[in-house]
Design a binder for this molecule. Structure first.
Ligand code: AMP
Ligand code: ZN
Length: 468
């Protein structure tokens, strides 16, 4: 398996710490608004990675957090806590906001057939772990305290900037002047580990006791604390979107490695954005669609999965309704293939040539997914295989095998039950057709179509399909 590692900016051979076992941490959603299909591109891609590892025989230990506190509107510790802001706007408690959007997120993951993590951990359930983490950093001299917060002092950590490749001076330039930041913060890249419940946060609903007074944790500390608690000091893979690379993940590395003196993550996996009209789809811009929006337009969530498979995870992808509809049709074709292949059950003895062909398709599929998840190539190999002269039962077996990675639930496809009256009309039409009574044939076709179905004439007879 070869994977692009954002830390080294190279494609590397993937070598887990333990043979055949992978520890993977995926940054979860900040639950202040609906999970949108942009977020879902991210979680689908980490799911393709997880499924690939499972398919290749690894045991996978997967942890994902839910960010329900501490994620401010500004990456530079400015602004408000995203959940508190939404709570004020909707006149709900923060806890209600968190629960509502977490449920929606989990429902969306399920619709997209994304494998759930072994541990799904909420930030608010891990406050003691975070406090202990900060305390240790303090003891080691990596922090300083102001009236408003406890900060991580990036100048004390030698490797700061190694993930983004940005120097500290460049980070300085990035600081915005128009927003409020703690005047006692020494460097713009320093980041809050703990916010005190004073000043702009005096009315913060979520708060806990700590050695630095009542308050709440900053966003970055949660991922380090939970990753270490469940997966250990060094893990194999940490996944998330590219927007988290320069600040969130850089800060995770700094605080974690400052604490342990060991490498925090061996492979950083970052996926690129889903765009709408060439802008990042995002909750803050409000230009997003949820899975429900797409379902209302007749798009099967699994068709979105198929769509995501078509663009490599490190490339940007522009979302259009036309592409979603195209993918829906492709998924329907795939399902029809499954139904058809299931009917062709006579397993013939395989000739040497056909046996070789099956092996070749499998090898090419494995080569594609193992090469930094070339998923679109894997999908193309699947279509090519379906068109080949490999015997039907073997085609079906191979298709379902590939679907362990694609996750399109092809094994669960059910043949659609066509209502009796439609079947009768189609049989009647067939009879008229045989008798060359074309006017009647046409009339019956129209009648069938007015009931939401259509008939296709094939060399083997007629086939009824539901009109989409
Ligand atoms: P957040 O709730 O902002 O932490 O986002 C959750 C995950 O979705 C993160 O890994 C983000 O990087 C990712 N994400 C957010 N917007 C997009 C997008 N438009 N395309 C792909 N991934 C996204
Ligand atoms: Zn995170």
């Amino acid at each position: 398996m070869y994977l692009y590692n954002s830390l080294t900016r190279k494609i590397e051979e993937f070598k887990p710490l333990k043979p055949q076992e992978v520890n993977i941490y995926v940054c979860g959603l900040t639950v202040y608004d609906f999970a949108h299909i942009g977020n879902m591109r991210s979680y689908s891609n980490s799911d393709f990675l997880k499924r690939t590892l499972l398919y290749l025989g690894y045991k996978v230990n997967h942890v994902m957090n839910i960010t329900d506190v501490g994620h401010l509107t500004g990456d530079d510790d400015s602004g408000e806590d995203k959940l508190e802001k939404q709570a004020k706007k909707t006149k709900k408690t923060v806890w209600e906001v968190a629960e509502f959007y977490t449920d929606f997120f989990l429902k969306t993951l399920k619709e997209l057939n994304i494998l759930l993590p072994d541990v799904l951990s909420k930030a608010t359930d891990h406050i003691p772990e975070m406090v202990a983490f900060i305390k240790k950093l303090e003891e080691k001299g990596f922090t300083y305290e102001t009236n408003e917060a406890v900060y991580f002092d990036v100048s004390k950590f030698k490797g700061y900037g190694k993930l983004s490749g940005q120097k500290l001076e460049e980070k300085l330039k990035g600081a915005r002047e128009e927003v409020y930041v703690d005047p006692k913060k020494k460097h713009p890249a320093d980041f809050a580990l703990w916010f005190k419940r004073i000043g702009r946060f005096a009315n913060h609903q979520m708060h806990w006791e700590s050695p630095w007074g009542e308050g709440f944790p900053g966003w970055h500390i949660e991922c380090s604390a939970m990753s270490m608690k469940y997966l250990g000091q060094t893990i194999d893979i940490h996944a998330g979107g590219v927007d988290h690379l320069a600040v969130h993940h850089e800060d995770e590395i700094a605080q974690s490695e400052a604490l342990t003196g060991k490498q925090f993550v061996n492979y950083w996996f970052h996926n690129n954005f889903l765009l709408v009209e060439n802008q990042k789809m995002s909750k803050s811009l409000g230009n997003f669609f949820t899975i429900e929006d797409t379902q209302k337009k007749g798009i099967d969530p699994l068709a979105l999965r198929l769509l995501f498979l078509q663009t490599h995870y490190r490339s940007m992808m522009n979302f259009t309704w036309d592409s979603a509809k195209g993918s829906n049709e492709a998924l329907n074709k795939l399902k029809e293939q499954v139904v058809m292949l299931r009917k062709q059950t006579d397993r013939t003895t395989l000739s040497q040539e056909k046996y070789k062909k099956i092996e070749e398709y499998r090898d090419r599929f494995i080569a594609a997914i193992s090469n930094d998840l070339q998923t679109s190539a894997a999908v193309a190999i699947m279509w090519e295989m379906l068109k080949s002269n490999v015997p039907s039962p073997d085609k079906l077996d191979l298709l379902l095998e590939f679907d362990q990675v694609f996750g399109l639930k092809l094994a669960e496809v059910e043949e659609e039950k066509i209502p009796e009256d439609i079947v009768k009309l189609a049989e009647e039409r067939q009879q008229m057709r045989v008798e060359k009574r074309y006017e009647e044939t046409d009339r019956l076709r129209k009648e069938i179509e007015s009931k939401g179905y259509t008939v296709e004439d094939t060399p083997e007879g007629f086939r009824i399909k539901r009109l989409k």
